[in-house]
Ligand binder design. Sequence first.
Ligand SMILES: *[C@@H]1O[C@H](CO)[C@@H](O)[C@H](O)[C@H]1NC(C)=O
Ligand SMILES: *[C@@H]1O[C@H](CO)[C@@H](O)[C@H](O)[C@H]1NC(C)=O
Length: 246
Amino acid sequence: MYSVGSIILFLVGSSFSNNLPSYIPRCYLDDPKLNECVLRAFNEIRPYVNNGIEEIGLPPLNPFVVSKLTVQQEWSLANYTLTATNYTIEGLNNYDIKEFRYDPETMTFRFKIEFHFLPMSASVEIDGHVIHIPIKGKGFVRVAYGPISAIFEVKGDMKKLKGIEYYTTKKANVGLDMGDGSFNFEGLFDNNQLLVRTTNEMLNANSAMVMKAITPAYEKLAAKGVMRFMKTLTKIPYHQLFPSSR
Ligand SMILES: *[C@@H]1O[C@H](CO)[C@@H](O)[C@H](O)[C@H]1NC(C)=O
Ligand SMILES: *[C@@H]1O[C@H](CO)[C@@H](O)[C@H](O)[C@H]1NC(C)=O
């Protein structure tokens, strides 16, 4: 279950590493300008992220496709179960990294990344409601969100395996501001066109509230994606991920 969140950390990790493709810039933990270095690294690897970076398990980012995911939200403003197939996000390579901080004492990363606009699409099966607008059936959906601002915080710990130290992830939090949204479902309600059109109209007319209602689900997905990504990344020993210049 990858998501926007998973991607970001891939890049951060890769920019530190020693045994990685030569086009990935090296940033050193004892560099007083570490944060600037990481910000620059993000921009320098941009041309390579479309097709992914196999060495660190980075999947292709443009488009970024999740073959299957399930989302369940249960609260008064959004209560639904959604299964999405071929969940496709376009334009993830157009990230704009705004802030990066790594605190080696607490082993915590914190960074902020922005996107103007992200179109997404998926085949869906959904049952429930969002802000009391019923959504039910099988179909296809296109949505677009933006501007998006994402803050990631990843806390870790040190683990020793056969004398080698590794970063191990304890917790990932993602805070999202997804801006406004547009929604276009097809085929729901057994392809009842009138109901589908009315649903789309209601969702779009109330998009600010819809975004508020569904954002927690995206935050959870992003955090899960980060945890999954970190599993791959943290197979690289800590001192390769975070080398010193000396
Ligand atoms: C969500 O929907 C289910 C099924 O309709 C219902 O049983 C449950 O009470 C609802 N939960 C909330 C928090 O509205
Ligand atoms: C998902 O995409 C693949 C490749 O484009 C396609 O073969 C498959 O039919 C799609 N599945 C769904 C459910 O849309």
